[in-house]
Design a protein around this ligand. Structure first.
Ligand SMILES: *[C@@H]1O[C@H](CO)[C@@H](O)[C@H](O)[C@H]1NC(C)=O
Ligand SMILES: *[C@@H]1O[C@H](CO)[C@@H](O)[C@H](O)[C@H]1NC(C)=O
Ligand SMILES: *[C@@H]1O[C@H](CO)[C@@H](O)[C@H](O)[C@H]1NC(C)=O
Ligand SMILES: *[C@@H]1O[C@H](CO)[C@@H](O)[C@H](O)[C@H]1NC(C)=O
Length: 436
């Protein structure tokens, strides 16, 4: 509470996203969607109906994103140490905080829904007609000629959590804390940009309770069984890339490119590692981190990939601020502070412990992956309040209550980069791209 009131007593500045508007804006139109390329929006972008109804101060926005990150980290940590089965969705996925959304057209004739993209899960679910507890914007299966409920005998019915037979159709339940989802396992034609995906298997939500279920559907871009990648092998060959727009950008859309044909040729790669216990996560080898010109001292175990414990480093689209395990974060932060200058007073903002209220030269940070050095531009290292009165290193250690072994390269650090996932060749590419 002390932190919060401290924060709110700072000058309250309007977050630059809050203005600008939606569907009348040409930036939000679908005309840019061609072939296998979708526009990708931040959930708070002017195009998004999910943006906050009243403008939030910059500090409020940051604190809210941090709070959601904490739940996200808990969710990611819960994934790595548990059982090997990857169901269509695990209950824990309910509490994630979607930050980027794409438009999907579902059914025949198509109905447009906004789905959150999540590279760390395989789930696809959308709220459907008849849903108790969903928001008003649902997919109406009755109006589609291509919709079908899968039977209890369907092979896919064995891959979902808690399957049950309702009549002869396959349904399943997921729970987390006070929230739950019940869904029919269904098939439908999905249209992504102009690609048609007939018979796509997904969860058609019939009931939700609790407050943490996001209103839009979820499009998991993980690579486990029943994921979009697994279901579109022939079309996209488990290859996609995305460029995430900055959440404060005035031109608010990035892109999601599906399939090998539309990928950049000039891009640097690092090997993609596979953790059989959690097949959907995109692990890479982070060997070292440089701050300024110095490679900081990190105990190797804190970076090492270990499929048994789940430790290592992942790229995740759903976490906002990069989270490092404590010894790694402390080494980075200490060197960052040292380079900024020990005489400049450090303040905090919520979960950020390295903030300054005077101008300073931002030291460059480089993630040194196997075969790929990713040197972050200033905008991916620090977050500035709108008027520049406070600037924070936009990374943190895992919070105390999350026993995390994961280093998570989060979306703020990925913004304005193209990240290419090439599963057949087991590699992840990164290149700078001004996608906003
Ligand atoms: C879900 O399945 C139940 C039981 O078969 C059925 O009554 C209901 O209409 C289905 N809902 C949708 C949207 O398919
Ligand atoms: C979901 O759980 C409730 C209560 O535990 C149960 O009554 C219901 O049949 C379940 N539905 C499905 C689809 O598994
Ligand atoms: C994006 O915004 C900048 C100014 O903020 C403008 O110069 C540029 O033309 C815009 N790009 C597009 C594609 O609209
Ligand atoms: C990354 O940077 C380090 C240190 O500057 C250098 O030794 C290494 O060769 C670089 N790796 C790549 C793949 O460029």
């Amino acid at each position: 509470m002390a932190t919060l009131s401290h924060v709110l007593s700072l000058s309250l500045l309007l977050f630059s996203l809050a203005h600008g508007l939606n569907n009348n804006n040409p930036q939000c139109s679908e005309t840019k969607e061609q072939g296998s390329t979708l526009q990708i929006f931040h959930v708070y972008s002017p195009c998004s109906p999910f943006r906050p109804s009243k403008p939030m101060s910059w500090e409020e926005s940051v604190l809210q994103m941090q709070a959601k990150d904490q739940a996200r980290l808990q969710f990611l940590s819960s994934l790595v140490a548990t059982k090997p089965v990857v169901p269509i969705a695990s209950g824990r996925q309910i509490i994630q905080s979607p930050t980027y959304i794409v438009k999907a057209k579902i059914g025949t004739p198509p109905q447009t829904l906004l789905m959150a993209v999540d590279t760390s899960s395989d789930a696809a679910w959308i709220p459907c007609n008849g849903c108790v507890g969903c928001s008003s914007n649902v997919f109406n299966s009755v109006k589609s000629t291509t919709y079908k409920n899968l039977g209890c005998q369907a092979a896919q019915c064995k891959q979902v959590p808690n399957p049950t037979c309702l009549g002869s159709s396959c349904s399943f339940n997921m729970t987390y804390g006070g929230s739950s989802i019940a869904a029919n396992l269904s098939q439908e034609t999905f249209t992504l940009a102009t690609d048609s995906i007939p018979g796509y298997t997904f969860g058609c939500i019939q009931k939700t309770s609790g407050s943490s279920v996001p209103p839009q559907g979820l499009l998991g871009l993980g690579r486990g069984p029943l994921s979009l990648l697994s279901q579109t092998q022939n079309l996209y060959q488990s290859t996609f890339s995305y460029c995430l727009p900055s959440f404060k950008s005035p031109n608010f859309s990035g892109s999601l490119r599906l399939g090998p044909a539309v990928q950049p040729k000039r891009i640097k790669y690092t090997p993609l590692l596979k953790n059989p216990r959690r097949s959907s996560l995109y692990y890479v080898n982070l060997n070292a981190i440089r701050v300024g010109r110095r490679t900081v001292d990190i105990p190797p175990a804190a970076l090492a990939f270990n499929p048994i414990t789940g430790s290592g480093t992942i790229f995740d689209s759903g976490t906002v601020f990069t989270r490092l395990v404590q010894p790694v974060y402390l080494a980075v932060r200490n060197e960052f502070r040292r380079r900024v200058g020990p005489k400049i007073p450090v303040t905090t903002l919520g979960g950020f412990d390295t903030c300054y209220s005077v101008p300073f030269v931002v030291p460059r940070i480089t993630f040194m992956f196997s075969g790929l050095n990713m040197t972050l531009p200033e905008d991916n290292i620090v977050i500035h309040s709108t008027a520049g009165s406070i600037t924070c290193l936009a990374m943190a250690a895992a919070p105390d209550n999350v026993n995390s072994v994961l280093n998570v390269i989060a979306n703020m650090q990925q913004q304005n980069h193209r990240v290419l996932i090439d599963v057949p060749n087991s590699r992840l590419g990164v290149a700078r791209e001004a996608c906003t």
